[in-house]
Design a binder for this molecule. Structure first.
Ligand code: ZN
Length: 75
């Protein structure tokens, strides 16, 4: 038997508003439906930014610190 969505009241962790929404029984959502879209977008943006930052961190050697890529040494 399918369970009905229940009106539940919770405080959105994004806009800090008390919202009442019809939700399926389960864990209390953290964000209202309006913010959930924004949170998802922002999370993706954060991930992309963190990824770029990590990539930048990995390569801390400035170009002038790198070994010149010249001819390979003769053995
Ligand atoms: Zn919200």
């Amino acid at each position: 038997m399918p369970r009905e969505p229940q009106p539940i009241t919770f405080t959105c962790s994004w806009c800090y508003k008390d919202v009442t929404e019809n939700r399926m029984p389960g864990p209390t959502p953290a964000y209202c439906q309006t913010c959930a879209v924004e949170v998802k977008r922002s999370a993706a943006a954060n991930r992309a930014r963190r990824y770029r930052e990590r990539q930048a961190e990995q390569d801390t050697t400035a170009w002038w610190q790198k070994r010149p890529r010249g001819r390979p040494r003769k053995l």
